[in-house]
Design a protein around this ligand. Structure first.
Ligand SMILES: [Zn+2]
Length: 117
């Protein structure tokens, strides 16, 4: 410690204190957003599960021609196949959304299989 260094002025002390508060605020804000995101994901999942139980299309909320559709994904999953968390689980969908899903994944898989992904 430099005994001859000038003592910090009131303004400098105040600025340092404000810096500390800002760092703390940012940390709190980060935690808050993270928790919010977790909550949104939880709600989203609950929403999808309740749609599935109610026979409502998970994608567009249609109620006509809705049934369980096989997933076309192949995400890595080592858990129970029937778990709600399984990313490759069957999904509740209408004819139109199933068609769109098929087109989307056909294209993705053909890109994947041709080595372009
Ligand atoms: Zn739909």
């Amino acid at each position: 410690m430099d005994l001859f260094a000038p003592l910090p002025t009131d303004d400098e002390i105040l600025a340092a204190a404000l810096d500390e508060i800002q760092v703390e605020d940012r940390a709190n804000e980060f935690t808050r957003r993270y928790q919010l995101r977790e909550e949104q994901l939880r709600q989203h999942r609950l929403n999808l599960l309740s749609k599935r139980d109610a026979g409502i299309c998970e994608s567009c909320d249609a109620t006509e021609g809705v049934k369980l559709r096989p997933a076309r994904t192949a995400y890595h999953w080592e858990g129970d196949e029937n778990s709600d968390d399984n990313p490759n689980r069957d999904w509740m969908g209408c004819e139109t959304c199933d068609q769109l899903d098929e087109e989307y994944w056909d294209e993705m898989w053909s890109e994947y299989n041709s080595g372009r992904l």
